[in-house]
Design a protein around this ligand. Structure first.
Ligand SMILES: [Zn+2]
Length: 327
């Protein structure tokens, strides 16, 4: 009996111990499972949080875009709105663009249009927009006064507006006084229309080495005037590729395309000269082909609106800006 009791005790002890052991085992197994489950849950939470973050960011971006579109619609429909408003819009989009675009591309092209605004300008703007590129317009103050909305629109669409001349009459090259009187007039006109202070960058009528000045101020007039404007802190801009649209080629599409394509050959840094004068409808017709050609060759389209100091230095180096006139 006593033996039986001992045996029973041993069996009971073993059973209890076994239970406890298996319970522990189960517990630790379940703890492992729980740990794994927690990991999985945490991972899932992370994933969910990430997707919430992404969703939130996406929503934020969409809201911002919506706001910008509204801002643009407002400025487009009401040209009397101040430029300051759109400046912030432009800054925003510039900030966005700057993350993908640090202007380090080795090939750059600046499209420039002189002597506008005219009836051709809206067509040029349409083509630039369609091709998602911007340009610089060296405008005539007298025409800007007659078409302030077109000046604003050109600027609002991301292009640059800079002074060329108020009258574009070569008699401005008679004396320093006649030159600066005309120049300050166009500068002031643009400042008033755009509500900004345009930077000290312009293009001389006929370019810095023009000969039209000879009969007014004499041969030494441009060498002296160019030095004077430099001392005043201005940059005058010329070009290294001309479409030939100011001369007899203005009606010859093949010739103008050739002028630009051949002129650009072996050049990595280009300022192209066009004129958005009303007779130049053929310039508008060849513009898409020219833009496509530069795109295919890997050029980055740049304007004087956000030109970097490095780019301006390069222009001086290449004598595209502040070219010394020696006669
Ligand atoms: Zn001109």
């Amino acid at each position: 009996m006593k033996r039986l009791a001992i045996v029973l005790s041993i069996i009971i002890f073993c059973l209890i111990g076994g239970f406890t052991f298996s319970e522990n085992n189960q517990h630790s197994a379940s703890a492992g499972a729980e740990a794994r489950y927690e990991d999985v849950v945490e991972e899932k939470v992370d994933v969910v949080e990430e997707s919430i973050d992404a969703e939130e960011i996406q929503e934020e971006i969409q809201e911002e875009i919506q706001e910008e579109i509204q801002d643009h619609e407002e400025t487009d429909t009401n040209m009397n709105n101040t430029i300051e408003e759109s400046e912030s819009v432009n800054k925003k989009s510039e900030e966005k663009a700057s993350s993908n675009d640090d202007h380090t591309s080795s090939k750059k092209v600046f499209l420039t249009f002189d002597d506008g605004p005219t009836t051709l300008t809206p067509e040029i703007l349409r083509i630039l927009n369609e091709n998602n590129v911007q340009a610089t317009f060296f405008v005539i103050g007298r025409l800007a006064e007659e078409n302030p909305d077109l000046i604003k629109r050109t600027y609002l669409e991301g292009n640059m507006i800079l002074p060329h001349s108020h009258t574009h009459d070569y008699a401005i090259y008679s004396t320093f006084e006649t030159f600066y009187e005309d120049f300050y007039k166009v500068e002031e006109t643009l400042n008033n229309i755009l509500g900004i202070e345009v930077p000290p960058v312009f293009r001389f009528p006929g370019g810095s080495s023009n000969q039209s000045s000879f009969k007014y101020g004499g041969k030494q007039f441009m060498p002296r005037l160019t030095e004077d404007v430099k001392e005043k802190g201005y940059y005058y801009i010329d070009w290294n590729v001309s479409s030939g649209d100011a001369g007899s080629d203005y009606n010859n599409k093949t010739k103008m395309v050739e002028n630009v394509i051949n002129g650009a050959n072996n050049k990595d840094f280009i300022v192209v000269l066009f004129h958005d004068v009303s007779r130049n409808t053929r310039v508008a017709e060849i513009l898409p082909e020219i833009i496509t050609s530069f795109k295919e060759k890997g050029y980055e389209f740049r304007t004087f609106r956000d030109i970097t100091e490095e780019e301006l230095d390069k222009m001086v180096q290449l004598k595209l800006a502040n070219k010394p006139i020696i006669r």
